[in-house]
Design a protein around this ligand. Sequence first.
Ligand code: MD6
Ligand code: FE
Length: 209
Amino acid sequence: MTLDLFPDRLAPPGLSYLPGFALDEEAALVRAAMEVAAAAPFRRMATPGGQEMSAAMTNCGAAGWVSDAKGYRYARRDPVSALPWPALPALFRALAGRAAREAGFADFVPDMALINRYEPGARMSLHRDIDERDFASPIVSVSLGLPAVFLWGGRVRADKPARLPLGSGDVLVWGGAARKYFHGVAPVRKGEHPLTGAARFNLTFRRAL
Ligand code: MD6
Ligand code: FE
């Protein structure tokens, strides 16, 4: 299914919404994410502007997305431990490949996953994902736990974002013309989810290196 939820915008080619695509695997995905976080704990990173991000993050795979006073980049080691990031779980790689295929990207093999944790009140301001080397590959995004409203902007930051409600198990695949669009997450509302408690997790699988 694609885009009946974006009434005020032509369907941007390259964004696919797969509601419930990961529902069967929710619990296993949360467990795998917690195992990653046991080795590379969630942390709130600083932006280059000196603010602390409200979402906490960790990574797994060949590189991790990191932010600090020097900027945004992918790093092969966790700057907190100086160790390589935990391996990308096979479950993550398989799900990302299946979702990408469903969305028309035949041979997507992610090399890493960024894991975001949002506690109530946490948000993600409008941004573009442009630190990866390979823009031909899509990004596969999986929501787990508390619901959130995804903000789908446009080519420029000033484009008014459409609002897409995302629930646990929903998957977005995006690439092609949409790959560099602005997007964000509205503040997560208070709540309790049976799998995650008072938190939303988002996994984004990427080809970063
Ligand atoms: C989030 N996601 O849903 C934040 N970026 O928590 C993202 O920033 C994102 O979901 C690129 C592609 C898919 C995403
Ligand atoms: Fe993003």
